[in-house]
Each structure stands twice: as C-alpha cells, then as structure tokens.
Design a binder for this molecule. Structure first.
Ligand code: ATP
Ligand code: ATP
Lengths: 226, 226
C-alpha cells in the first residue's frame, strides 16, 4: 500500500490527491492555504496546513512512511525548489515534481527531483495532436510498420455491419474492438457518459460516434480518414 | 489544409502552435505581449500582437479562413470569456477553450465554446493513474473481458527470450510488440530518447526497461505486476 505526499493543492495537486485516494492509496495532502486544506481533509488520509519550505515543519511529517512525494507547486518556483531540496535531504525515496519551464525543471532535477512534469507542454502537445488528426484518438506503434489505433468511424460506415463493410479485405486492417458511448442521466439530472468495449461480431451494426480499435499499417489506417 | 488560430501564447498555447506548425498546419498566433509574438513569429504562418477582447481588431483577422480557434488564455478569465464570445459572434466554426475551473468552463460553453479543456485536471488525473499502476503505461479495453496494455516488463523477464518465458502459456497473454528506448546524444550534448517498436520474435532477448504491448484479460495483465 503506497503512501503519497502531495505538496500544493491547486487544481492539479488537488486532482492528484482525489484520484489517488479514490483508488485506495494513502494520501498526505499539504498546502499553506487553510481553505484548501479544509476542503480536502475528508477526502485524504491526512491534510496538513504548513509551509513546505520550513525544514522544521517538514521534519515533523511521517517521513519514514512516505514512498512518493509529488510537488504540485507551479508559480512559486522558489517554494517548489526548496521543497524538493528538503524532501531529498530528508530521504524521501522518489520525488516527482511539476516544472513550469525548462530551467525550472533542470534545477528541480539538480536538487533531487527524480521526475519532472510540465503540464502545459504535455497538454499543448496532446491537444495539438488531437486537432491535427481528430479521427485518430490513440496511436500505438507495434512494430516498424504496424500500429494499433483507435479511430472514429467514417460517416459512411454508420448503419452498416462489419461483414457488409468487409473491412479486412477492403481496407487491409483488423478490427479488434468497437467502443460505444452511451449517455444516461444521473440522479441530479446530469448527463453521464458510459463507454463500453465490444468484441467485433460480423453482423453488428456500427452506430454514429462508434470508435473502432484496429491493427494495420499507418498508411492503411490513414486511408480510413473521413 | 486546416487553419488554426491560437489566442494566448503562454507555455500551453505556445506548445499548441509549435506542434501544429511542425505537422504542417497553418497557424495564426495571437497574444497581447510583444515578446511572445516576436519569439513565435518565425515558427507560425502569422503572429499578431493584439488584444483579443477588442472587437474591431478581431474583425481585422482573416476570419473566413479560420477553421478552428484555440483559446489558450488561463488566468485572465475575463479575457478568455470575451474572446470566446467574440469568436462565436464572428462566426468561427469551432472553438476549443482552456478553462481553469468548472464554472469558467460552463460560462465558456454558454458563450459559444464547443469544447473545453482543463489542463490541470487532465494532468492531475493522468499523473495519479500513472503513480497508482506504474507498470501499466496504457490500458485500452477491447471488450468486456479483453484489454490491450503497455506494460513495463517485470525484473525477472530481463535477459530472457520470449520463447524461454513462454508468456502465452504461463501468463495467458499475447505479446503484440516490444518497445525499446535507446538514448543517444545530440549535437548539443543533450540526451535524446528514441523509442522503437519491434515485432516480437521468439528468440529476442528482453532488455531492462523494455515495454511489452499485450492483449489479455485484466486479471491476467495484473498478474504480471513486478
Ligand atoms: N511554500 C508552500 N508551502 C505549501 N504550499 C504552497 C507553498 N507555496 C505554494 N503552495 C501551494 O501550492 C499550490 C499550487 O501553487 P500554484 O502557484 O501552482 O497555484 P495554482 O495556479 O492555483 O495551481 P494549479 O495550476 O494547479 O491550478 C497553491 O495552492 C499554493 O498555496
Ligand atoms: N486579452 C488578451 N489578448 C491577447 N492575449 C492575451 C489576453 N489576455 C491574456 N493573453 C495572453 O494569454 C497568454 C496565456 O495567459 P495565462 O494567464 O494563462 O498565462 P500563462 O500562465 O503564462 O500561461 P500557461 O499556463 O500556458 O503557461 C499570456 O501570454 C497572455 O499574454
């Protein structure tokens, strides 16, 4: 059972804490803003109001229990760097830290962070890739010439069966799965999306917005573009 | 050939612009900070210094050409909202906008944004999932009981061949691919990582840090945990 310590409860750090907790991990959440510590305390193992650049206060944490520390402090570069240096000094085995620039990331590694994430760069890259090839949702190269891809089905596939479409012969790709999203309404009247993965049967009729998971060459996958 | 207009050249917006440009898209980059416009101008089709909340200036943009607008303004919620409202009013067909809170996202949709991204929440979720199951790098459900997963190989697989490991019989999963990362040094002395995807041959020896792409049930995939 891993114990995580998250320093900084901005939107990013807060989400890290709540997702980790929802998956059963032990989470120690730290921030020097009272309202954030108060808001999270029922959702984590321990919520602590403190300045993570204060060495004495840091030494009062249950350090021997902490497996992984996440530094989720963005704008305050000084606090981010000092927090990393202290965690390293106090022997925390693994430190993953947010960096908001290349030089910030470099310094974080120099003072002891094992891993750096720049969330704006990662998201910028992800969004740009999604905008450029909107029909390809995921792309995993399997070998020099074979890939797995999740693709939104072209409009002219809607209402036809896999057998009718004869995809393997016509497009030279193998359909491993069909993903279909169903939207229902929860008790508060909010739309809830539910995605189901179905094994592809020859007489299944494809529906609008279906996603097919396929294996083939990149060239053949591209040919499916709407 | 799609034309993108990106408003806001912070780290996120800047990355969106450069990745889109590197993939051959036409990019109009807008910001009201001169140094950011100057820095990006050689990497995009057009870089414009302007306040995107100014309706007259917005009308001077090549609006009929723009297919997709990306609003990459974070902290300045007012500017973000006004920019979306103007782009909607001026008939831009698709608007994707960054939101830094749920209410900000809701308002952006109300004033005309087609799609919202909260980069801190998405990254928080992604990092937490990666921390909880570090050996599983990607997980794609294929049907009710089959998934595709990218997994870091357990330590005791290192130095053995697929034939020796007899993975299909012993673990009941199918290896589709091996991903291996090679680190070389570029002309500036910086480490450059290169990932290759290899088709799995029975006598290939697995190396430390290899990633295998497998198909199997979630239960069988979990059993591979180090
Ligand atoms: N020395 C410190 N000790 C403890 N917490 C700190 C310290 N310095 C900053 N923080 C906290 O780190 C959190 C994240 O800082 P940041 O400046 O990135 O804020 P943010 O922009 O609200 O975060 P996000 O980008 O995740 O929304 C804040 O809640 C802040 O209170
Ligand atoms: N009215 C406006 N017109 C044009 N550009 C604007 C306007 N308001 C803000 N911007 C620009 O949007 C960019 C992103 O704004 P934000 O406040 O999110 O800055 P940032 O924190 O540097 O961004 P990031 O989180 O991507 O690093 C800034 O470069 C800013 O100059």
């Amino acid at each position: 059972e891993k114990v995580f310590a998250v320093f900084g409860l901005g939107t990013f750090g807060y989400e890290v804490c709540t997702v980790l907790s929802s998956k059963g991990a032990k989470v120690i959440a730290v921030d020097n803003q009272n309202k954030l510590v108060e808001r999270i305390k029922d959702d984590v193992t321990q919520a602590i109001l403190m300045d993570s650049t204060d060495e004495e206060l840091m030494m009062s944490l249950p350090l021997e229990d902490i497996d992984i520390a996440v530094i989720a402090i963005g704008d305050n570069i000084e606090a981010s760097i000092i927090t990393a240096a202290l965690l390293k000094k106090l022997g925390i085995p693994y430190i993953i830290a947010r960096a908001i620039s290349d030089i910030h990331g470099q310094v974080m590694k120099q003072v002891g962070a094992n891993e750096i994430i720049n969330i704006e760069i990662e998201q910028g890259r992800r969004i740009a890739n999604k905008l450029i090839a909107p029909f390809i949702l995921d792309h995993i190269p399997l070998s020099a010439n074979q890939s797995l891809a999740e693709i939104r089905i072209p409009k002219d596939f809607v209402g036809k069966s896999l057998h009718q479409l004869d995809i393997r012969k016509k497009y030279n790709i193998n359909v491993l799965s069909i993903k279909r999203t169903k939207t229902s309404i929860d008790d508060h009247g909010n739309p809830v999306k539910e995605e189901t993965a179905l094994s592809p049967k020859p007489n299944d009729i494809l529906k609008e917005n279906d996603i097919i998971v396929v294996i083939g060459t990149d060239k053949d996958i591209d040919k499916l573009k709407k």
